[in-house]
Ligand binder design. Sequence first.
Ligand SMILES: *Cc1c(COP(=O)(O)O)cnc(C)c1O
Length: 364
Amino acid sequence: MIPFVNLGAQYRKYQEEFHSATEEVLKSGNFIGGNAVKELEENLQSDVGVRFAISCASGTSALQLSLKALGLKPGDEVIVPDYTFIATAEAVALEGGVPRFADVNEHFLISPESVLERISEKTVGIIAVDLFGECADYPRLKEIAAEHHLWILEDAAQSFGAFQNGRAAGSLATIAATSFFPTKPFGSFGDGGAVFTDDPKLAEKVRQFANHGKDATDIYADLGTNSRLDAVQAAVLNVKRKHFAEELARRRENAAAYDAFFRGRSGFQIPEIACGNTSIYAQYALRIQDRDEFVRKMNLCEIPTRIYYERNLSLEPCFARFPSAAKDFCGNKNAYQLTQSVCCLPICAFTDVEEILQRIKTVL
Ligand SMILES: *Cc1c(COP(=O)(O)O)cnc(C)c1O
């Protein structure tokens, strides 16, 4: 079976570099923090173009640390897209906030018009998700945020390496969170994440909360948590970073090959990238009229598929305790349509799309 994300091939290609980088960490005896983590954070700052990059334990933790730093209080409402990975809304609820679910647009991204409809006197911020590798509509979202005195948290877990009007994903909002989960385009060999911001006060708070609340004077001023990046993960990321631009080019070639095959084909709609955006194609998401039939045919020719995401988040039982969730759902028709029609195909830099298209031709 073709792997959905071919991490084995990636490992074999850079094997020697991985071994020498991780061996250095093992010999150093510094397993959390240390040189590899420092080097990674400096790399992240320059790659994303932000003043501060703070590594942490996961993307979910990066979202939670950002919300804490932004000062989220119990009962505060945060507007999130209704079509995204659970962690976006989960982080809000875990930090005591109320997620309000907005609809998405034809690019799978949070709809600014729907955000406007969700604003109440309790709204404090918006989490915009750069879904499937493409940045949300920050120019319009920033206008709305300025008008209503809201912050924006950029969930860049799927967009590290993407650009919008010349600016990198992770630098487009008040603060941003990304993930180094192994199957993300810039993933490590375990969990990891990072927070990006230009604001020194937010950066200091994130660092403090990530390390048990200990402040610059070594005092435990606030309750924090344990959210740090392992040195081995940082060393792996420092290796992968050297090859990342080339991998993104391969992902884009793969997307172009799928586009050429599915464009204009009846019953299929290819992903359209918004003007001003470059996508990193974290996923290649087709909209398909008869998805069940397509998945059945893909199984026949042994091509793996994934359905992201199968339900509107507002329908998940874990959010039923918020009475607003069911109401929000009723306005989120585009998100619902996507849960019924989207199917993702393998796209990573080590996926042989020619082979996949050969097989698809035999069944379509
Ligand atoms: C993966 C992901 C996260 C969470 O990242 P983890 O590192 O797995 O905790 C958050 N938001 C989105 C949109 C994601 O895709």
